[in-house]
Design a protein around this ligand. Structure first.
Ligand code: NAD
Ligand code: TYD
Length: 349
């Protein structure tokens, strides 16, 4: 029996993790704590909302008093912390909100955890979900390992790096039992269409320009979101206290090549001639401080805990495109209202 507090469970990765935990472990109680920002959407969890072992609580991780009450009310013994501001472009526009949520929010959650567990750390775990972006940018060669020095470049990655440091500081200073994972770019269903893959699928469907930053030569290492959730499950149960695990699928793609695969797949599934939508590709001003290449070495996770990705990229991207085409109602809901303002501000000049 465990009472697991998942923060940010209404977001992209959080909702996949919550679904996995609720379905796989009926004996656990999963408490999803989310403040429901633009990126948090309870529609993502419709299929588990009535399950007995699932509870949603609306709460800001920065609200120490309320978070502490939730710990008490649900007798929380494990935390999996995903709540964050997560989009690099937004962090360039508004770095303060990233420091507030990702740094101060994580600190407030750590304080609440430490306060409630009160040095009784037996069978307790604080699991912090982080990103490979804390390691900075690679050149043409090499991989990020768990030993790579932190070198964040965007306000987003700087705020995540800072939150990682606070988590380790709580382990070293107060003995809090922690584990951290740093994962590469995720893709799959329920991702908010400000990120490359769902944004471009939606634009291809609607014959809108595809804004490629710079020359499209930046490289990202893409992992199917369900495989990230599976990795978190494995690390949560078998990870060594105090350790860090890199998660990635050895699946690097230059943006422009990935975009062409998306175009082909959408065109084919919509019955268009494959490649006709390439005319939508529009090169735009590069993102400021744009990291050239991310690539994760996840051999520690494979060798020590036996995790491997379950899907090849070709299968994953096919499934993902098909999901967005079949779920246009979800897409329409999340792209109404405030999203329109965001899109205009980002891309219409
Ligand atoms: P997301 O933006 O889709 O979801 C974030 C969730 O956090 C939303 O549900 C939002 O409502 C919630 N949230 C934001 N501020 C909050 C607050 N103050 N209090 C409570 N809830 C709040 O993000 P995601 O892509 O699912 O990423 C989840 C985590 O995984 C993040 O910590 C991110 O840094 C990390 N990560 C993401 C990726 C990726 O490719 N998306 C890769 C590696 C690591
Ligand atoms: P993104 O999905 O924002 O993830 P991250 O910046 O965290 O890696 O972007 C993935 C890559 O796609 C990144 O190199 C930036 C690029 N990109 C574009 O070229 N155009 C876009 O409109 C977006 C959102 C991203």
């Amino acid at each position: 029996m465990k009472n697991i507090l998942v923060t940010g469970g209404a977001g992209f990765i959080g909702s996949h993790l919550v679904r996995l935990l609720v379905n796989k472990y009926p004996e656990y109680h999963v408490i999803n704590m989310d403040v429901l920002t633009y990126a948090g959407n309870l529609e993502n969890l419709k299929d588990v909302e009535d399950k007995e072992n699932y509870t949603f609580v609306k709460c800001d991780i920065c609200d120490l008093k309320k978070v502490s009450q939730i710990f008490k009310e649900y007798n929380i013994d494990s935390v999996i912390h995903l709540a964050a501001e997560s989009h690099v472009d937004r962090s360039i526009e508004d770095p303060f909100s990233f420091a507030q949520t990702n740094v101060m929010g994580t600190l407030s959650l750590l304080q609440a955890t430490k306060g409630f567990w009160n040095s009784n750390f037996e069978n307790k775990l604080f699991y912090h979900v982080s990103t490979d972006e804390v390691y900075g940018s690679l050149g043409e060669e090499g991989f990020f390992t768990e030993e790579t020095a932190y070198d964040p470049h965007s306000p987003y990655s700087a705020s995540k790096a800072s939150s990682d440091h606070f988590v380790r500081a709580f382990a070293d200073t107060y003995g809090l039992p922690v584990v951290i994972s740093n994962c590469s770019n995720n893709y799959g269903s329920y991702q908010f269409p400000e990120k490359l893959i769902p944004l471009f699928i939606n634009n291809i469907v609607n014959n809108k320009p595809l804004p490629v930053y710079g020359k499209g030569e930046n490289v990202r290492d893409w992992l199917f979101v369900n495989d990230h959730a599976r990795a978190i499950d494995v690390i949560f149960h078998k990870g060594k206290l105090g350790d860090t695990y890199n998660i990635g699928g050895f699946n690097e793609w230059k943006n422009i090549d990935l975009i062409k695969v998306m175009i082909k797949t959408v065109d084919r599934l919509l019955g268009r001639n494959e490649g006709t939508s390439e005319k939508l590709i529009t090169y735009v001003t590069d993102r400021a401080g744009h990291d050239l290449r991310y690539a994760i070495d996840s051999s520690k996770l494979k060798n020590e805990l036996g995790w491997e990705p379950s899907l090849q990229f070709e299968e994953g991207i096919e499934k993902t495109v098909a999901w967005y085409l079949q779920n246009n109602e979800w897409m329409e809901k999340v792209t109404s209202g405030k999203y329109q303002e965001y899109y205009q501000k980002m891309y219409d000049n």
